[in-house]
Design a protein around this ligand. Structure first.
Ligand SMILES: NC(=O)c1ccc[n+]([C@@H]2O[C@H](COP(=O)([O-])OP(=O)(O)OC[C@H]3O[C@@H](n4cnc5c(N)ncnc54)[C@H](O)[C@@H]3O)[C@@H](O)[C@H]2O)c1
Length: 347
């Protein structure tokens, strides 16, 4: 079953892996991205490179139904994609992440696109009691980023119909190798610290729970959601990850420490980050039986150690702005490459 798929955010951490992933499954893929992180490529993947989709450079706030003509499906990833970046200027986060995502859905539906996969996030659960949360648990968003995710889900759900299948994938915090690397996500950051400093000095006791998921397991979930019969997924929310991959942050630090020989791990005092949640991934495992999460945190840490060895990653590379979302967006603003609303400046 070959589909013509428009993927937004193809220059992002997940999108840079998802484009080639979907092409290798036989789909015809086009990308759409504002290009905010185009300065940053950590490595070239000779296999994925030949399968990198053509990308249209466009801000999602300006798309119209004409941009979606002729596509069977849209996978929508492009947003200001984490809590610190979302908090930077919350009013712009709402414009891009909430209003922009609803605009995409309406334009795609008007153009006759039959399926839309929305990349939501387990961060909608916010602060949990420690019990496992599932798709029926109340949401409790703590940040503008997470709030927008709940608002997009709320507004897109009633759009699901016989002609327009909408699927919500609430991804756990991602990790893993991507040419468009991000070091502002927990496992990747800890691996980079372990490699460049041989020391992980936690500033807190690392007690909060976090479900984490490898970027390839997210790609697998997207392809399953695209290819499943519409009646199995239409209007449905799926947490993406696996139940065994809920960790306390300090456990992730210990796993990373063990994967990088000679790395010392120390903990800090209690307190700080109050976002803590454990998530159940039983629904995706049972309702999308083709889906199987293959990665563990240990495998992911070892993968990154091998990657850093291969590219001889330096401390300067780790700290390079384009691998940390907030740094890159602030740099684009300070150098006036983008204006206050994050549109590229006309010069
Ligand atoms: N990485 C994670 O841990 C994680 C976890 C859960 C959910 N998600 C969601 O998955 C999606 C992709 O995440 P990611 O980690 O690849 O993010 P990313 O920040 O690496 O990539 C996002 C891409 O979107 C583009 N973009 C941002 N604003 C845009 C705009 N106004 N117009 C057009 N393009 C724009 C950026 O240029 C970037 O290439 C996001 O929606 C994110 O919220 C990510």
């Amino acid at each position: 079953m070959t589909m013509k798929v428009l993927v937004t955010g193809t220059e992002g951490f997940i999108g840079a892996r998802l484009g080639p992933w979907l092409i290798s499954r036989g789909h015809e893929v086009t990308g759409l991205d504002a290009g905010f992180y185009r300065d940053g490529t950590l490595y070239l993947d000779p296999i994925g490179l030949s399968q990198t989709p053509r990308t249209i450079y466009k801000d999602l706030r300006t798309v119209t139904s004409a941009d979606f003509e002729g596509y069977d499906a849209v996978v929508h990833l492009a947003e200001l994609s984490n809590d610190p970046l979302g908090q930077n200027k919350p009013e712009i986060t709402f414009k891009i992440n909430h209003e922009g995502s609803v605009r995409i859905a309406k334009a795609a539906r008007q153009a006759g696109v039959r399926r839309m996969i929305y990349a939501s996030s387990c961060s909608v659960y916010g602060v949990g009691s420690g019990d496992f949360l599932d798709e029926k648990s109340p949401v409790n968003p703590q940040t503008a980023y997470a709030q927008c995710k709940t608002m997009v889900e709320r507004d897109l759900k009633p759009m699901a119909s016989r002609d327009f299948c909408v699927v919500f994938l609430r991804n756990a915090t991602a990790y893993g190798a991507s040419p468009r690397m991000r070091f502002d996500i927990v496992l990747n950051d800890l691996c980079a610290l372990a490699w460049t400093r041989k020391k992980i000095a936690m500033t807190s006791d690392g007690s909060p729970w976090r479900p984490i998921v490898h970027v390839e397991d997210i790609c697998e979930a997207v392809s399953c959601a695209l290819e499943a019969p519409a009646e199995a997924v239409n209007g449905e929310v799926f947490n993406v990850g696996s139940t065994g991959e809920n960790y306390r942050v300090r456990e992730i630090a210990d796993i990373v420490g063990a994967a990088f020989p000679g790395c010392e791990v120390t903990m800090g005092p209690a307190g700080g980050d109050n976002r803590s949640y454990r998530v159940s991934f039983e629904k995706i495992a049972t309702r999308l039986p083709e889906y199987r999460a293959r990665w563990t945190a240990k495998m992911g840490a070892e993968e990154l150690r091998r990657l850093f060895e291969r590219i001889e990653m330096s401390p300067a590379t780790y700290e390079f702005r384009a691998f940390t979302r907030l740094k890159q967006i602030k740099y684009l603003q300070q150098t006036r490459q983008v204006d206050a609303d994050l549109y590229w400046s006309k010069r």
